[in-house]
Design a protein around this ligand. Structure first.
Ligand SMILES: [Zn+2]
Ligand SMILES: [Zn+2]
Length: 268
């Protein structure tokens, strides 16, 4: 089975067959490992999603109540909207003290296999039959796919492994204004979290025709955070400045929210 990698800024990248404990040889999740990702988040038994964040010192996530407020409030607002009425709670850290600081890794590039290895090495949130874990790594390097360094990829979500990576040197290109960078970074995380949660048609079935088939697993609505191409730092900056003014906007459109509701048995 091929592992689909979902970068924010490219159409989609492809394939890699990580052979580590988070993933079984057939590509499925290894749910026996208590420090693994646990069940897929759309599994009916899941009532909690925990977001674990680890970061390299040079790729520290934006936090705190600086310009524009706490960017993690934006994450919470979007996670709550995504799971509204489902009974699934999402817990994410807000402060660096609630995240894990990695050593400086000294790696300029990271392949998908390497990201899975790092997640296996550093993940410490316990999962169980009711808890699905998303492990987010903020790294001081760029994504490498098929031997090519991906200069424009700011984040990736790797298949259904629950592993998300955010690439610090590319995040640094996200706009001239610090407030744009703060919220551009968070919008990127929300996009990757959307993939990890099964959007679009990525584990959670699409209930209306909004799948961007040319750019797999994305939404056709350019006002939705799951649109494939807030392509390049300047378009992401535009997205952020057009749609984020209070720091609590829901960035998913109704089509994406409806898919998630349907997957979790919510009827309107
Ligand atoms: Zn994407
Ligand atoms: Zn959408």
């Amino acid at each position: 089975m091929r592992t689909l990698i979902l970068p924010l800024l490219l159409a989609t990248a492809c394939t890699s067959e990580p052979n580590t404990s988070a993933v079984n040889p057939d590509g499925s999740r290894n749910t026996d490992d208590p420090e693994g990702p646990g069940p897929e988040p759309w599994d009916a038994a899941v009532d909690a999603v925990i977001v674990e964040v680890d970061y390299e010192p040079a790729a520290e996530p934006a936090t705190g109540s600086g310009l524009g407020g706490d960017p993690w409030d934006l994450f919470d607002a979007n996670a709550a909207a995504l799971f509204a009425g489902t009974g699934v709670t999402v817990t994410a850290p807000h402060t660096l003290a609630q995240m894990g600081e990695l050593p400086t890794l000294g790696e300029d590039t990271f392949t998908a296999s390497r990201l899975i290895e790092l997640s296996d090495a550093w993940r410490d949130t316990l999962s169980d039959a009711h808890t699905s874990v998303v492990h987010v790594l903020y790294l001081d390097g760029r994504f490498e796919d098929d031997g090519q360094v991906q200069d424009q990829v700011i984040g990736v979500s790797i298949g259904d492994t629950g592993v998300v990576a955010m690439f610090g040197p590319v995040l640094d290109q996200l706009g001239l204004l610090p407030v744009t960078k703060r919220f551009g970074e968070q919008a990127t995380l929300i996009h990757e979290f959307g993939h990890a949660m099964g959007l679009v048609d990525n584990g959670v079935d699409a209930t209306t025709a909004h799948v961007d088939t040319a750019h797999g697993a994305h939404c056709t609505n350019d006002r939705c955070v799951m649109y494939w191409a807030n392509e390049g730092a300047s378009d992401m900056a535009d997205f952020v400045s057009q749609y984020i003014t209070t720091g609590s906007e829901v960035l998913f459109d109704d089509a994406c929210l409806d898919d998630m509701a349907a997957a979790h048995g919510v009827t309107e």
